[in-house]
Design a protein around this ligand. Structure first.
Ligand SMILES: Cc1ncc(COP(=O)(O)O)c(C=O)c1O
Length: 347
């Protein structure tokens, strides 16, 4: 069977912004060897000390500024449950990560959405004026934005923090490794600032669930009592430390994904002019729109390729796959739309 046939038959997942690259075999062998050393009959280290130290060394921060979580999802939930009570207002972007809606609703908070899809330059002062008029109690946004892929520069986050010294500001950097800079550099300056990170994306560890929350040391010590005990299991702690000792793998994968993202971006724009619009991206996915979205999703589904479909809109999001997966996506779309062009010319 050809490689394409194998990929096609097993299905291609380009909908959840996971890494297309599995953990390399030599590192998997280390994970396997570590299994026999873990005391599974004991609870894991509640403070996740070794893990926090390894992650702190990676980001060059103090381990006391870090909380580990069962994925960053858990930490988003923690922050919202601590900061938001009935009727409190959270500013986010439209579009932004859908989990924010879920946690806001669960805590009876109200999400106020500043419309921004990355098409025009971001105007931080306009966003601030909007937030002031809306009397918001918290700011929570993904940067790079999921789904638009747009990235707000750190100087703008700095301005935002200066304007709102009294409310929690949470910058979700789940795709931080794909972006030029991190807001972590602002933490020492602003005690109300939080930054979220994850090992699910660049490190390819989505299945193991490991995320982090960063804040100034004093802020973190106030938040720590609210953490669920033993929230990060023993194997995940151990695996994450091993992966952090092999950062070269992560950097290699991030470079490969960025290169493929740019190739796919240009190919989609050039080959499907008038059919699709595609946004530039600072993450591991591309956001786009098409009046023919349903038809496009159907033809991809027929070939076992899943992308993210945003219901009630023309929008979709494609996670960057391996070069072979991206080529297959392009060739399925080319064949379909070429065929359609021929049929419409014959009519
Ligand atoms: C912006 C954003 N934040 C957080 C997450 C959750 O990541 P984790 O796997 O660490 O829970 C995602 C996952 O897709 C995401 O897109």
């Amino acid at each position: 069977m050809s490689l394409y046939q194998v990929i096609q038959e097993s299905g291609i997942s380009l909908h959840a912004n996971e890494s297309p690259y599995p953990i390399e075999d030599s590192i998997k062998a280390e994970l396997k060897a570590a299994l026999s050393t873990i005391p599974f009959h004991r609870y894991p280290d509640d403070r996740a000390l070794q893990l926090r130290e390894a992650y702190a060394a990676y980001l060059r921060v103090d381990p006391a500024c870090i909380m580990a979580g069962n994925g960053s999802d858990e930490l988003i939930g923690l922050l919202i449950s601590v900061c938001i009570t009935k009727g409190k207002r959270i500013l986010t972007l439209d579009p932004d990560f859908s989990i924010y809606d879920y946690y806001a609703k669960r805590n009876e908070g109200v999400l106020i959405k500043y419309p921004y899809d990355g098409e025009n330059p971001f105007d931080i002062h306009d966003a601030i004026a909007f937030a002031q008029a809306q009397r918001i109690d918290m700011i929570l946004l993904s940067n790079p934005n999921n789904p638009s892929g747009h990235w707000i520069p750190v100087c703008d986050i700095d301005i935002l923090c200066r304007f709102f010294p009294q409310i929690p500001i949470v910058i979700d950097e789940a795709y931080g490794e794909f972006a030029p800079e991190s807001s972590i550099s602002l933490l020492a300056k602003y005690p109300q600032l939080f930054v979220l990170r994850t090992m699910s994306k660049a490190f390819g560890m989505a299945g193991l669930r490991c995320g982090f929350l960063l804040a100034d040391k004093d802020t973190m010590s106030k938040l720590s009592p609210y953490k669920v005990p033993y929230n990060v299991n023993a194997f995940t702690q151990c695996a994450a430390v091993i992966l952090l000792s092999h950062q070269e793998q992560m950097y290699r994968h991030v470079q490969a994904i960025i290169q493929e993202r740019e190739r796919l971006y240009h190919a989609l724009r050039e080959q499907f002019q008038g059919i699709l619009t595609i946004h530039p991206s600072h993450a591991n996915y591309l956001y786009g729109a098409s009046r023919k979205k349903e038809e496009m999703i159907q033809v991809l589904t027929d070939h076992n390729i899943t992308i993210r479909n945003y219901a009630d809109s023309d929008h979709f999001r494609i996670t960057i796959g391996t070069p072979e997966e991206n080529n297959l996506l392009l060739s399925v779309l080319q064949k379909h739309f070429k065929q359609e062009e021929i049929i419409s010319c014959e009519r």
